[in-house]
Design a protein around this ligand. Structure first.
Ligand SMILES: [Ca+2]
Ligand SMILES: [Ca+2]
Length: 196
């Protein structure tokens, strides 16, 4: 009998360890493929993310970079050599996330940049976290800056900000955003978690 109890005890310990490790894996992150490393359809781009405007226009390039990363999997590298492309007004990599009015969320991303320069004559702008809100009427708001836009060259740093969702809102469009500019940016480890 004692032997059976001991065995059962071991199983319990194993089960609780599994539960803890799955929690750590999930981390309550509302972003799907936040580490930007999942590419099941093998198109060379992270699944569950939309990439558009000048980020996606040739000769500018977006690809998964195995050598520069914050977590175990690749980061996403954006190389913008020209703004002489269609839709050159901005670049974004985004994902739409269901949210609840009145709740507060913390949104974060790791970013690194090399020689990110604004369009000539433009004084404000850079790389940041931006967002749009979708009302319960399905209409999207205009873009808002969530963090201060950054330019120049800098090593990996975390951009992090909290937001409380206003009334009559059902979704948050989380965007890794850049105002018109050229240079190289890496993004990694995107997170959105509810602050309780
Ligand atoms: Ca990653
Ligand atoms: Ca993919």
């Amino acid at each position: 009998m004692l032997l059976i109890l001991k065995k059962y005890h071991k199983i319990l310990i194993l089960l609780s360890m599994l539960a803890i490790s799955s929690l750590a894996w999930n981390d309550n992150n509302m972003v799907v493929n936040g580490d930007l490393g999942m590419d099941w359809d093998k198109n060379g781009l992270p699944d569950y993310w939309s990439i558009n405007w000048f980020f996606a226009e040739k000769p500018n390039q977006v690809y998964m970079d195995k050598d520069e990363k914050i977590d175990g999997n690749p980061s996403l590298k954006v190389v913008v050599s020209t703004l002489d492309v269609p839709n050159n007004f901005a670049g974004r990599i985004y994902q739409d996330i269901p949210v609840e009015s009145g709740k507060t969320y913390q949104v974060s991303v790791w970013v690194k940049a090399k020689d990110w320069q604004l369009l000539k004559g433009q004084e404000t702008g850079g790389v940041n976290l931006s967002y749009w809100l979708q009302g319960t009427n399905k209409q999207w708001s205009s873009r808002q800056d969530l963090t201060k836009p950054l330019t120049g060259t800098f090593n990996w740093r975390e951009l992090k900000e909290t937001i409380t969702i206003p009334a009559k809102t059902q979704a948050f469009r989380l965007a890794l955003f850049a105002y018109p500019g050229t240079g190289t940016i890496w993004f990694d480890n995107v997170k959105m978690v509810e602050v309780k």
